[in-house]
Design a protein around this ligand. Structure first.
Ligand SMILES: [Zn+2]
Length: 350
């Protein structure tokens, strides 16, 4: 039995895939249609929609949002792009798949329902002895849809995946991107140029495997893949969309142009960091010496206190060691703080 029979005609008229996904939180039957300009539309599931233009393409692009449901700005950007594709206002030059990761968490205005989706990728959704839940099932399905999308691409097409988020707290550097661990492969200047065009000049290079969606696409599918943090979390309708104009324009160029020309690479345009260490909460009694609203990338002098975990005190052991994603309320055993140190452009970039 289909939960939403004949939704495709309505969708073709209004392009409102976001509302359709929110009305079908964990499942939507697959369906297809074709737009007047020849673009083939495939709905694979709730929150998962693919557009295949009739022209020859050279990129397979995945744009995901709502991996955390209360991070609304990127959801609004993707909603606008999808509607503009349906209306014919945007003519695609590339294959693109949009993903709203967790529709139920959008509806309840929370980061997640039972479990943080971005801790479940790269196989971490299915663990011996742990019961499945909706988010674990969803992570497994999203991996499948991404695999299938890339597998059906033209041979030789470039693969990219931008997983769009907003941060819980403010950041000294309003927008920043996380470059997943590449296992020794060089970082790409061309990707930094794309990020710069999006208004992102701060990039954090990871140094270990992760459970994130972007790491999955990078590691498993060789995609140029990033977690992109576009600013601070705000409720729907309260985002100042002018702050996201550069990002939206750059994404439009990416999906509607054959070969986008970005500003020439200049190392001075960027602030790069590499991960220094991860501090886990192991005790009930865990605290930070800085206020709750301390922003991401706040730097500390060598020797300054960073965190107290029961009897253990963590001090900055490098001048300028900076904090990212501090969260004293994580479950015991999970990461409470990531620290980073500045990184120079070197031979590891191509
Ligand atoms: Zn997020």
């Amino acid at each position: 039995m289909s939960a939403t029979p004949n939704y495709i005609d309505n969708l073709k008229k209004n392009g409102d895939f976001l509302s359709l996904s929110r009305a079908n939180e964990w499942h939507l039957d697959a369906s297809e249609c074709q737009l007047a300009n020849g673009t083939k539309v495939s709905v694979h599931d709730t929150g998962v929609i693919e557009f295949q233009p009739s022209v020859k393409t050279n990129k397979d692009i995945v744009l995901s949002s709502a991996i955390h449901g209360n991070e609304t700005a990127p959801i609004e950007i993707c909603d606008q792009l999808i509607k503009a594709i349906f209306s014919g206002e945007l003519e695609l030059a590339q294959r693109v798949m949009f993903i709203y990761g967790n529709p139920q968490s959008i509806n309840i205005d929370k980061r997640f329902v039972e479990e943080n989706l971005n801790r479940l990728f790269n196989g971490h959704h299915t663990v011996d002895g742990l019961a499945m839940n909706n988010e674990r099932n969803r992570a497994a399905k999203l991996e499948h849809y991404v695999s299938d999308f890339f597998a059906r691409g033209e041979a030789g097409s470039a693969r990219c995946h931008y997983d769009l988020h907003t941060a819980i707290r403010g950041s000294k550097n309003d927008k920043f991107a996380v470059y997943p661990y590449l296992h020794g492969k060089p970082w790409k200047k061309s990707q930094l140029q794309f990020l710069h065009s999006c208004g992102v000049n701060t990039v954090l290079m990871m140094k270990s495997a992760a459970t994130t969606f972007s790491y999955y696409s990078s590691y498993v599918h060789g995609a140029d893949s990033f977690t992109v943090e576009l600013g601070q979390v705000k409720p729907f309708g309260e985002n100042d969309m002018t702050k996201f104009a550069k990002t939206k324009e750059t994404l439009i160029a990416l999906i509607t142009q054959n070969d986008v020309q970005y500003k020439e690479f200049n190392a001075d345009d960027f602030e790069l960091f590499s991960v220094h260490r991860s501090i886990n909460r192991t005790q009930q009694d865990f605290s930070f010496p800085f206020p709750d609203d301390a922003v991401n990338f706040t730097g500390f002098a060598k020797g300054e206190l960073l965190a107290t975990d029961g009897q253990t005190c963590y001090y900055a052991d490098v001048e300028g060691e900076a904090i990212i994603f501090p969260n004293a309320d994580v479950a015991i055993g999970q990461r409470a703080l990531l620290t980073v140190v500045p990184l120079e452009i070197n031979d590891n970039f191509k």
